[in-house]
Design a protein around this ligand. Sequence first.
Ligand code: MRU
Length: 340
Amino acid sequence: MLWGRDRLTIIDQTYLPLEKKIIDLCDYRQVAEAITVLRIRGAPAIGVAAAYGVVLAAREFEKEDDFWGKLQGAATELRQTRPTAVNLFWAIDKMLAIAVANQERPSSEIADLLEAEAILMTEDDIKCNMAMGLHGEPFIIDGDVVLTHCNAGSLATVDHGTALGVLRTAWDKGKRFQVYADETRPLLQGARLTVYELMEHGIPTTLITDNMAGHFMQQKIITKAITGADRIALNGDSANKIGTYQVAVLAKYHGLPFYVAAPLSTVDPRLKNGDGIIIEERNPDEVTHLYSSRIAPIGAKVRNPAFDVTPAALITAIITEKGVAFPPYEESIPRLLGQI
Ligand code: MRU
């Protein structure tokens, strides 16, 4: 994503991999729409995009009487786009805190400060991902076949990625391994985005459907798994794309390590465990249709949760920008957060 003072330029991920369509988001409503329909997606990316949404709102309203009411209204609209990834709320809260701390200043100066904060967030995201890469790459060894689920790469962040960032760093350091990418139904982020990204980076990648992972573990082909996360509780319970939980269960059954890579902004410090994580339920059409083709009978009853929660007991380690958390996470996560 690229910031250009009056617009946020992004790749519209709904067209990938068939078309690399670049679009401009010129006001906060367009940012909100882009997050809702997954033109931009992935926890860190939607956080940073929402921050720029707040900047666009501040610029739009800076000359109006009810600057504060309108800025808060825009922030509320941005918050309502998606419920699960905590990075969205983390970023908007951070932006509003800057605005509130400077409320005595003219609105145009507040808008300038918000823009500076969003730019800082953008730069920090890349630094975090590079640091996660360095902390995580020792877990990847020559000859590994690493399973990943959904897309936790450049497209899901500002750049480099979290789980895929670890793989990219390992590859760039000369490790030679392969990746198996789950296609990730229903929206196929694995097939469309992860395979696209890893092929661009020259990392040997094999696409499998979600129900093949167990088979390839049983065959002793897959050697470990790594995913990103959308929200992590203080005890290590981690929400990520629907299907991640079954990957973790399968890894445990087969005695394989299961790693999560995520920045500390993905930790929700208000949650003791994963029970309180709100799981987004999306449109049933995503399950009954593949693109615009119907694949289920009209009237079929459907559930479409977009995320699930992997219990901490199934997670070998959580890789963050400040280091690696190992169980017991109740101790290691607060330590990385600087709480103890
Ligand atoms: O619905 P999505 O595509 O936004 O879901 C994305 C994921 O589940 C990612 O794995 C997660 O956000 C981590 S991205 C670094």
